[in-house]
Design a protein. Structure first.
Length: 117
């Protein structure tokens, strides 16, 4: 037997796109309240960027990213969180991975690593 249940999470309308967006902190808080302590999030560049955004610092323990032979950057898949500056205007170092492993999978490669806290 299979089943599921709905979990209500507040949403906010994105001014630029006019669509509803969820705050990852609200989503993960609701899942934790439902007894879940570990989740896998699957998505593309936009999802990856949103989870690596400094506003979500501390929410992500590890990443597993499949990298396909497509163009990255402008005109392609953009996977690069915005740079953050500290109170003095100096750039904060980008998120770094530890325990990194790479796994070839056909034409793709899978990157696995843990985020430094």
């Amino acid at each position: 037997e299979h089943g599921g249940r709905y979990i209500r999470v507040p949403a906010a309308r994105c001014a630029a796109a006019g669509r509803l967006r969820f705050d990852w902190r609200d989503v993960l808080r609701a899942l934790a309240a439902a007894g879940l302590s570990s989740v896998m999030v699957e998505g593309g560049g936009h999802v990856i960027n949103s989870l690596l955004d400094p506003a979500c610092h501390g929410l992500v323990d590890s990443v597993i990213v499949t990298i396909a032979p497509t163009w990255l950057g402008q005109g392609g898949v953009v996977v690069s969180p915005d740079r953050v500056k500290d109170g003095q205007g100096c750039p904060v170092p980008a998120a770094r991975l530890s325990n990194v492993s790479w796994h070839p999978l056909g034409e793709d490669v899978v990157l696995c690593g843990r985020l430094h806290g």
